[in-house]
Design a protein around this ligand. Structure first.
Ligand SMILES: *[C@@H]1O[C@H](CO)[C@@H](O)[C@H](O)[C@H]1NC(C)=O
Ligand SMILES: *[C@@H]1O[C@H](CO)[C@@H](O)[C@H](O)[C@H]1NC(C)=O
Length: 188
């Protein structure tokens, strides 16, 4: 059973993937992404002057257990729900540093990230807009909550922040800038 609500978003947003029928990850299918470019890890893909913008590859299979490929319940069926986080598209944005997602639960929770360091690689920036960069895909980070038996039937609140970069995540006027809060409950 999959329940939850997502309040949120400015820089980060959440893709709530509970079931494959929505097919929110379809544009990340490996077969589609294989047509895109392998870009330099950790480097911006600057192409201001190129008439045709290349698109950096992000294969869905990189999300492993949270890819929905082998487990169409995205972990919910076995009490290990996956939540997929992406940043909103902001034209021209070049986050400095080494951005990554860090999630914390209101009670201590074991979590696993995919890709493993929860990094949003700089290769996916900047984005040149819908027209110039039509096939562009945002990088994703999946966080899998490794719930224990006692955690079932209890609503978990998890906050994920964008860290390691110059983008703010602590603005009191905009509580949801650079962070996202979600609640998830897995029922037995
Ligand atoms: C993407 O992959 C899923 C799962 O294998 C498949 O059901 C879907 O049809 C594919 N979509 C596209 C657009 O290739
Ligand atoms: C993640 O956030 C928690 C709580 O703010 C903090 O204690 C921890 O050091 C952070 N981890 C990383 C890797 O930034």
């Amino acid at each position: 059973v999959c329940e939850g609500s997502v309040s949120a978003l400015c820089v980060c947003s959440v893709l709530w993937v509970c079931n494959e029928s929505l097919c929110v990850l379809c544009s990340y299918n490996d077969s589609i992404q294989e047509r895109n470019d392998l870009c330099m890890v950790g480097e911006y893909t600057e192409q201001d002057n190129e008439p045709i913008k290349k698109v950096c590859q992000f294969k869905r299979s990189m999300l492993r257990q949270c890819s929905g490929l082998r487990d169409s319940s995205f972990g919910f069926a076995e009490g290990k729900p996956c939540i997929i986080i992406k940043m909103n598209r902001v034209i021209g944005l070049k986050p400095q540093g080494d951005p990554y997602i860090n999630c914390t639960g209101d009670s201590p929770l074991r979590m696993q990230y995919y890709p493993s360091e929860a990094r949003l690689d700089k290769m996916f920036f900047p984005y040149y807009g819908n027209k110039a960069h039509a096939d562009y895909v945002q990088p994703l980070v999946a966080v899998q909550l490794l719930l224990s038996r006692e955690d079932l039937n209890v609503e978990q609140t998890v906050e994920c922040k964008l860290e390691g970069t110059n983008l703010r995540n602590d603005d009191d006027r905009d509580k949801f800038m650079g962070r996202v809060v979600f609640r998830v409950k897995v029922s037995e």
